[in-house]
Design a protein. Structure first.
Length: 327
């Protein structure tokens, strides 16, 4: 596959690797989507099958749309060693994912530089990276099976020294319930899709319902369902207020499946923020994500663009150094 050395005219691929679906977008330098496609994720077949499917889908889209691919980025579920691009932790949904050299394998398959991000970091990047009016500081929260977080300060994604920056889902003090991580009281015990189902079951005895099904019951007037979402919204607002006070960030973007119940979450969030506003007095804006299902892939594409820019700058610096030494 050919690739270009021009970050202003090239095509960039953003690859969203999830447990059920792999999605790819091709974008230009301004972030305009040129093509998109998806495939069923072969998560039970191992890392090699996942990488091969992602690479094939990317190549097929490029063949249909034309252009030359400069770099690709991946937003994937799991924890990564960013120096090596190896998956270091993942849920049991993914077979043979931990230890898989995702970046190296995709570079072999596509023949271009590959940037790696976890899916929540990529989600936040996708919401702000191609928005000229985006705030330079932003916090992202994904309410899905669990609760993930991501942080951008001064326009730069912050991973932290150990890759855990922004992981608000596992901050304590919101309940006396045991979290999925076996610790107690984390935000995730109230605000994740999994926990919404568990909390509703505790109230009613009706187990096995999804957050969407419980949201439908809440809209139909079920008081227990409404209470579960109110508790989730209240906890989320408190967590965001604490984050805002510590970091002086006034913009929070919330995505993930549970955010589709925004009408049920937002009243409790608004009420909570009336008495839990950041000490700076700056209004804290908690808003629902706008990019929908494209956010992770768009963030991955933004990472690819940044990687290629850095690669070209380093190559130019090396050339200048060699030329200087030859004089």
């Amino acid at each position: 596959m050919t690739h270009t050395a021009d970050t202003h005219t090239g095509v960039f691929a953003g690859i969203d690797i999830g447990g059920t679906k792999i999605a790819v977008v091709l974008v230009d330098a301004a972030g305009e989507i040129l093509a998109r496609g998806s495939a069923i994720a072969p998560a039970k077949e191992g890392g090699e099958a996942m990488a091969t499917t992602a690479a094939r889908l990317t190549a097929d889209l490029l063949g249909e749309s034309g252009g030359t691919l400069g770099a690709a980025g991946v937003g994937a579920a799991g924890v990564f060693d960013y120096d090596t691009g190896v998956v270091t932790a993942a849920s049991s949904t993914f077979v043979d994912w931990v230890g898989f050299p995702l970046r190296t394998r995709l570079e072999e398959l596509l023949g271009i530089p590959i940037a790696i991000e976890n899916d929540v970091n990529a989600f936040l990047l996708g919401e702000v990276a191609f928005d000229a009016h985006a705030e330079p500081d932003a916090f992202g929260v994904m309410l899905g099976t669990g609760v993930g977080g991501a942080l951008i300060l001064d326009g730069t994604l912050r991973r932290g020294a150990r890759g855990g920056a922004g992981e608000i889902g596992h901050t304590p003090g919101y309940s006396d319930l045991v979290c999925t991580c076996k610790q107690t009281g984390h935000l995730e015990t109230l605000a994740s899709g999994t926990s919404i189902g568990l909390r509703y079951a505790e109230r009613t005895g009706a187990s096995g319902l999804t957050a969407k099904e419980i949201a439908d019951r809440a809209r139909a007037g079920d008081a227990d369902a409404r209470a579960v979402f109110a508790n989730a919204g209240r906890a989320l607002a408190l967590a965001c207020a604490s984050m805002s006070t510590l970091l002086d960030v006034a913009e929070v973007i919330v995505g993930g499946g549970v955010s589709h119940a925004w009408d049920l979450l937002s009243p409790a969030m608004d009420e909570t923020l009336r008495t839990a506003a950041p000490i700076t007095g700056t209004p804290l804006r908690i808003q629902r994500a706008k990019r929908g299902g494209d956010a992770v892939a768009l963030g991955a594409a933004a990472s690819a663009q940044k990687l290629l820019r850095a690669t070209l700058a380093q190559a130019q610096s090396n050339t200048q150094t060699r030329e200087g030494a030859a004089r």
